[in-house]
Design a protein around this ligand. Structure first.
Ligand code: ZN
Length: 152
């Protein structure tokens, strides 16, 4: 008999496993990386039991390697996430997450009066962690936003 509680997530052959995502951030991360638009097989687990987090989300993407830059963007939403690159069912690399200093061209500015909405410019935000909270400061309107306000 197989122990189902140990098999929350089925193994993948080749690809990337993003684990220990705080529950609720998994969907946002899928949007952020445009993962759902690829044609690769993606398995998403939401609200799985986790000793460390209470509840967690997990994303597995087949035949896709998350780049170091993508892993850093991931750190914005899931600083404690683990990213394992899988080849032939084995973990061949664990990516370290580092908060990026800036994010360009990913989010649009939450300030509807920001000139970045009317000009053909790339959105640019400085990223800072203040008391453990990630803040985004728009390069154009200079306003600062909590990460929950950021939309892709
Ligand atoms: Zn702005």
């Amino acid at each position: 008999m197989m122990n189902k509680s140990q098999l929350q997530v089925e193994a993948i052959h080749n690809g990337t496993v993003i684990d220990h995502i705080p529950a609720g951030q998994g969907i946002k991360i899928l949007q952020l990386f445009g993962l759902a638009q690829t044609h690769e097989k993606i398995t998403v687990g939401l609200n799985l039991p986790s000793k460390a987090l209470g509840a967690k989300d997990i994303i597995k993407v087949e035949n896709t390697r998350l780049s170091a830059a993508q892993a850093n963007q991931l750190a914005l939403f899931a600083p404690q996430a683990t990213v394992n690159l899988i080849e032939d069912f084995e973990v061949v690399e664990k990516l370290q997450l580092q908060l990026p200093e800036k994010v360009e061209g990913v989010f649009s500015c939450p300030n509807s009066n920001c000139i970045s909405h009317n000009e053909p410019v790339t959105s640019k935000f400085r990223v800072r962690a203040v008391d453990g909270q990630v803040r985004f400061r728009c390069r154009y309107c200079e306003k600062s936003f909590h990460r929950d306000m950021m939309a892709v």
